[in-house]
Design a protein around this ligand. Structure first.
Ligand code: C2E
Ligand code: CA
Ligand code: CA
Ligand code: CA
Length: 278
């Protein structure tokens, strides 16, 4: 109450108060969403250039709030991370993605995505026994480990503690590791020495610059060289135009992901023809 705690002056920021109230409301609703089927998964194609044949997919979670309608993951994932809800949410995303990967392999055979990429947040990676959980999910679903790619950001790996240990254990299972948003963090190149990476996702901000004559165009050119030298698969993220695709290929890129090749889509959009239905 007013007048109390005089020595403890805290500046009142109504905007911040509103934000955190909003965050806790969101987290409370998300807890319900998890139990009531409000969440679903979309899969965005990762393609091989120049033809744009399907190589793999990345799982992207969606939430249709009963009152507010669709809420993007950029809004609710941070809330889920802060509250720890990302742990059960992430477990569900991982298991459902593995189940879907098995379904595709059964239904589509050779036309099935060769890899299913699941985003794993720092908070999940910090949980002791996360690698064990991955092993359990693979055993439960019968998915061959090499079909799963676990995608982490460099900040998640550098979160300290056991993250790197867990990641190494996951790699030890035969699961592929992708580094997301590569180049946007603080210690990207150093990370390549310690972290068991198989795939490097070159961030959209760099990809945008290849046709806009931006300063970062040189980063895109350098990263493909690093990937080739280190035996990593480079995936260019956020490819939106034919011009970007052409320039990336000229630089030596083979794998791309972005609206130009395909939006995030429901599992049923992947068909036996091996091509993504428009
Ligand atoms: P991200 O992992 O970097 O995922 C790529 C984001 O870029 C997705 O946004 C995707 O829809 C969008 N995108 C793909 N191609 C293009 C393009 O050509 N142009 C543009 N403008 N955008 C493109 P989305 O689905 O809204 O997800 C946003 C972020 O939320 C993700 O960024 C990821 O950090 C997080 N996220 C989404 N799903 C999950 C999940 O299942 N688990 C966790 N931990 N995080 C998730
Ligand atoms: Ca990602
Ligand atoms: Ca990304
Ligand atoms: Ca991102």
């Amino acid at each position: 109450a007013k007048g109390q705690g005089k020595g403890r002056q805290v500046t009142y920021d109504p905007a911040m108060d509103q934000r955190s109230a909003e965050q806790s409301r969101l987290a409370a609703d998300l807890r319900i969403a998890l139990d009531t089927d409000q969440l679903h998964l979309l899969y965005q194609p990762i393609v091989e250039m120049p033809g744009g044949e399907l190589f793999g997919v990345e799982t992207l979670v969606r939430w249709t709030h009963p009152v507010r309608g669709p809420i993007g993951p950029a809004v609710f994932i941070p809330a889920a991370e802060r509250t720890g809800l990302i742990v059960p949410l992430g477990a569900w995303i991982l298991e459902e993605s593995c189940r879907q990967a098995v379904r595709w392999r059964n239904e589509l055979g050779a036309a099935a995505p060769q890899t299913v990429t699941v985003n794993v947040s720092a908070r999940q990676l910090r949980e002791a026994g996360f690698a064990e959980e991955v092993a359990d999910v693979l055993a439960r679903t019968g998915l061959p480990p090499e079909v799963l790619t676990v995608e982490v950001t460099e900040t998640a790996v550098f979160d300290g503690g056991t993250a790197l240990t867990e990641l190494r254990a996951i790699a030890g299972l035969g699961v592929k590791i992708a580094l997301d948003d590569f180049g946007t963090g603080h210690s990207s190149l150093g990370l390549l020495r310690t972290c068991p990476a198989d795939v490097l996702k070159v961030d959209k901000s760099f990809v945008d610059d290849v046709t806009e004559g931006g300063q970062q165009a040189v980063v895109v050119a350098a990263l493909i060289g690093i990937c080739e030298g280190m035996g990593l698969r480079a995936v260019a993220e956020g490819v939106e135009t034919a011009e970007q695709a052409a320039e990336l290929q000229r630089l030596g890129y083979r794998y791309a992901q972005g609206f130009y090749y395909g939006r995030p889509m429901p599992a049923a959009a992947y068909t036996p023809a091996g091509r993504v239905a428009a």
